[in-house]
Design a protein around this ligand. Structure first.
Ligand SMILES: [Zn+2]
Length: 73
């Protein structure tokens, strides 16, 4: 089990092939230099983070790289 991590949702939906608002861990969001993102909170997996993101963006989806368990495409 991973430790708690901070999760963010990208406010820009155009930087991924499916044009979703993608959810990232803080580490991966920083790696990608995402300039406009909304903090979702601490979660110990991506499922809670994606649920939270869906309150903001109905099309929210997990990043294929850092949230692969929650990536639907
Ligand atoms: Zn990611």
């Amino acid at each position: 089990m991973k430790n708690l991590e901070r999760y963010y949702v990208n406010n820009n939906s155009t930087y991924n092939p499916g044009y979703h608002h993608e959810v990232h861990t803080e580490e991966h969001a920083n790696e990608l230099n995402i300039s406009s993102k909304t903090y979702l909170g601490y979660y110990n997996n991506c499922f809670g983070a994606v649920d939270k993101a869906k309150e903001i963006y109905r099309d929210a989806d997990g990043c294929a790289i850092c949230c692969s368990m929650c990536h639907k495409g």
